[in-house]
Design a binder for this molecule. Sequence first.
Ligand code: UD1
Length: 422
Amino acid sequence: MTTSIRIVGGNPLKGSIRIRGAKNAALPLMTAALLTDETLTLTNVPCLTDIQTMAELLAQHGVYINHTPGSYTYELKAQTITNTTAPYDLVSKMRASILVLGPLLARCGQAKVSLPGGCAIGTRPVDIHLNGLKQLGAHIELSEGYIHASAPNGLVGANVTMPLVSVTATENLMMAATLAKGETRLINAAREPEVVDLANCLIAMGARITGAGTDSIIIEGVSHLHKATHDVLPDRIETGTYAMAAIITDGDLELTHTSLSLIPSITSVLQQAGADIQATTNGVRVKASLSPIIGVDVMTEPYPGFATDLQAQIMAIMTICQGASMITETIFENRFMHVPELCRMGANITVHNSSALVRGVPYLSGAQVMATDLRASVCLVLAGLAARGETTISRIYHLDRGYEKLEEKLCNCGASIERIAA
Ligand code: UD1
């Protein structure tokens, strides 16, 4: 059965929302289980379809997974890796599947991983992952849509300079290097908090890593890793999304189990726009102190810059700003698919190459719209919450990849939102 989301806009959101562990931290952390024959226990793993996809992928590699439905704890034990192939049907569902490549190669000396292919938000190649692994001594061939990687005598530490900042390439190479012989230096590494979280878990497993969180990460290879327990860090994209939900609805939300320190540039943009954002003992409180908010220019950048995964959501807010906002996307080349949908709701947006000029309008109007990717979907939810009248969003399966209990969390704060059979 296909489902849609129906929202009747106009209710200010008030109350408290619990932020869960970060999807983009949990996915690489789960693949780290492949690096050891002992149990890796992860707590605060969000309940999302991407996590289920990763669990399926790991299970078919031979990882024993102990997880009770509804719980946030996963025990992952890769005592024996029975299969080093990551098949097309799972990799094509979720690009982050490429994160098994480094660990499988490091642990087993071989891996065959389907090429992820294109995706809705751009071409997203994997050349940085592959060139980095080659520099660690892997032999890589591409044939029949698969990456065939081998390192029969093990990987060897090297200096790897990445031409672009890539989050998953940094994570893949960092994991591969934990079991390589000698020292690896990752130069121009991603500084995202999820990279630091992965490094902390690997260190708890016995890896020797310094510099995570800077653009130069040094990994001294060890012969084996061991069991560990790790709590997944809070989801900064979920935090930023609900902060923006508070602002766009002229509401007042406390976001718990998260931290202002994870969203420095998001906070700065939202404060410039006139929002009141304060740290609380257990999270963040966000109020829209100015209504309408003021147009602010935003450019997406690698961390600590403004996250591309919040670009669609900030655009939703800016549609009803005073003045105008120029939103420039520098990470992905095709990440404005939400623009025509926002325009169907009355937004005034013109796209010039990688920039969108958003001229504020007095209000959005409910409409039938279609979700295209994960963050575009939630941008339409935000727009629907603020719009006059009823909005119906179709193709919402993307939302379940990245937002746990979205309707429930919003309903509890006064939103009129429900999932309906389409
Ligand atoms: C990760 C996040 C994703 C986020 C993105 C940017 C996960 C699971 N996903 O994706 O939510 O939107 O970071 O913050 O953590 N590139 C290459 N060659 C490569 C790899 C990347 O050219 O081998 C390019 C990409 O096309 C893109 C840029 O580098 O233009 C950054 O992408 P990257 O950081 O790799 O994104 P992901 O790690 O896939």
